[in-house]
Design a protein around this ligand. Structure first.
Ligand code: NAP
Length: 438
């Protein structure tokens, strides 16, 4: 029997478990650890609540989870309740699938003013992450600034713009929904330090802005390069740029029908925040882009901002005893191998890029590496204790482990509590989750 511990129950974790199952069948036992009592990581806490079809992929992970040889071990924090060296003693391979839950820091003057958030916190707040339950963003002002031109910036701008009716069918948590319904935001500026040809937004997600009920996307025509230059772009980016061109062509009369404006401010690099205790303005430097690189022009201006959300990418969290690449914000690894017996996968391996599906080949590839290392004899003894050994530790330390069956009880309670038309009302604190399974 092979024993594999996977740390993190998001897409990368479940695809790795699926791959291990496919390769070794009954000859493998997989334990998937999560610090929270609920599984699926990014699917539950990262994917936007109005993108339910994307969240549907969790049904595939459930199939893997329901297999007898795969266990979910929720409510256990690796590095605190049990250490990585302890797990390495018990399992043939330990795979870190911990994602990238921390934001890249935007270390600018004024960053400590209130009502400036990073995307992990803001997205976590509307998605019911227990850590950000009490964020309480103040949406009473008219001006919001979203920093970054990736899909997370798009999610945040869209969520800030939607009407109550547009959230029908979404699993946005009720406290966030109520706060958004009462919001006074009328102008959302998306700041990008480079230009239209360097955006990271994908076409489907960008196109959604044109269909919003009360918000209209606005792009300055002068920011767009000559149309024939688009021919050099890869097809996805070309489609995204086409959306920007169509936004630039929206007539004023159409903008005027919508009370919220989503303004793309490109060639605009944030330099600091100003305000009196609470943020009021973002200081911005105009840039020029040559061969994809932005340089400041020295021209400074300010953008009104009653709330700021910085969406500039993520970093993984280091784990004690595991080599970490500080500069890249991910585990130090060679194609998923960190040290003999310890591996990483998904965002923890390659950084925060790609779609959810990108994690599938990643999971299969790390399992191939484990198999190669087993064959080469680099993983040591083949008589590790696996789950039995962990169960002994859990009993000795009195850990309140949440199993997949427990999770199904939590899930049922969330489904019962759902608003009309919504799939679930998520519990937003760990104690409530634990109560629901007991
Ligand atoms: P991202 O795609 O890497 O975009 C980050 C943005 O922040 C870029 O525009 C980047 O500009 C900008 N940025 C970085 N540092 C900056 C700075 N110091 N000042 C100003 N701007 C700065 O990251 P993301 O939006 O967090 O998305 C992460 C991943 O999740 C991506 O793969 C994304 O596609 C995926 N995702 C997908 C969906 C979906 O499919 N629906 C939804 C959400 C997220 P530069 O390019 O100039 O560095």
């Amino acid at each position: 029997m092979r024993h594999i511990a996977i740390i993190g129950s998001g897409p990368a974790g479940y695809y790795t478990a699926e791959a291990a199952q496919k390769l070794w069948g009954d000859e493998v036992q997989v334990d998937i650890f999560d610090m929270l009592p609920v599984p699926y990581g990014l699917i539950r806490f990262g994917v936007a609540p109005d993108h339910q079809s994307i969240k549907g992929v969790s049904r595939r992970y459930e199939k893997t989870a329901l297999n007898e040889n795969v266990r979910f071990i929720g409510n256990v924090k690796v590095g605190e309740h049990v250490t990585v060296p302890e797990l390495m003693q018990l399992y043939d391979a330990v795979v870190l699938a911990t994602g990238a839950p921390n934001d890249r820091e935007l270390d600018l003057p004024g960053k400590d003013l209130s009502n400036i958030f990073d995307s992990a916190a803001f997205v976590g707040w509307y998605n019911g992450h227990p850590q950000f339950n009490d964020l309480n963003p103040d949406l009473s002002g008219q001006h919001a600034v979203v920093i970054g031109m990736g899909n997370v910036a798009l999610d945040v701008a869209r969520i800030l713009s939607k009407t109550e009716a547009e959230f029908e069918g979404a699993d946005i948590v009720t406290h966030a929904l109520q706060s958004l319904i009462a919001s006074n935001v009328k102008a959302i500026t998306i700041l990008g330090r480079r230009g239209p040809h360097q955006i990271m937004m994908t076409p489907k997600e960008l196109g959604e802005l044109a269909a919003l009920e009360r918000a209209s996307p606005r792009v300055d025509r002068d920011d767009l390069p000559e149309e024939e230059e688009d021919m050099l772009l890869e097809p996805g980016l070309r489609k995204s740029v086409n959306h920007l061109r169509s936004f630039a062509a929206i007539p004023e009369s159409v903008h005027a029908e919508k009370p919220i404006e989503i303004h793309f401010d490109m060639f605009a690099s944030p330099q600091g925040f100003e305000g009196d205790g609470k943020v009021q303005r973002v200081k911005v430097e105009r840039t020029e882009v040559h061969q994809g690189r932005a340089t400041g022009t020295g021209e400074m201006y300010t953008v009104p901002a009653d709330i700021v959300v910085s969406c500039i990418g993520y970093r993984s969290s280091p784990i004690p005893d595991v080599p970490f690449d500080e500069r890249a914000g991910k585990f130090a690894n060679d194609e998923g191998r960190i040290l003999p017996g310890i591996y990483c996968v998904g965002w923890a391996r390659r950084g925060p890029s790609g779609t959810i599906g990108t994690n599938r080949p990643d999971g299969y590839s790390v399992v191939e590496k484990i198999a190669e290392d087993i064959d080469a004899g680099t993983l040591g003894r083949a008589d590790k204790k696996g789950r039995e050994g962990f169960d002994a530790i859990a009993a000795e330390r009195g850990l309140d482990v949440v199993t997949f069956r427990d999770w199904k009880k939590i899930e049922e309670a969330e489904e019962r509590a759902a608003r009309e038309g919504a799939p679930r009302e998520k519990f937003v604190d760990v104690e409530a989750m634990i109560r629901a399974k007991n």
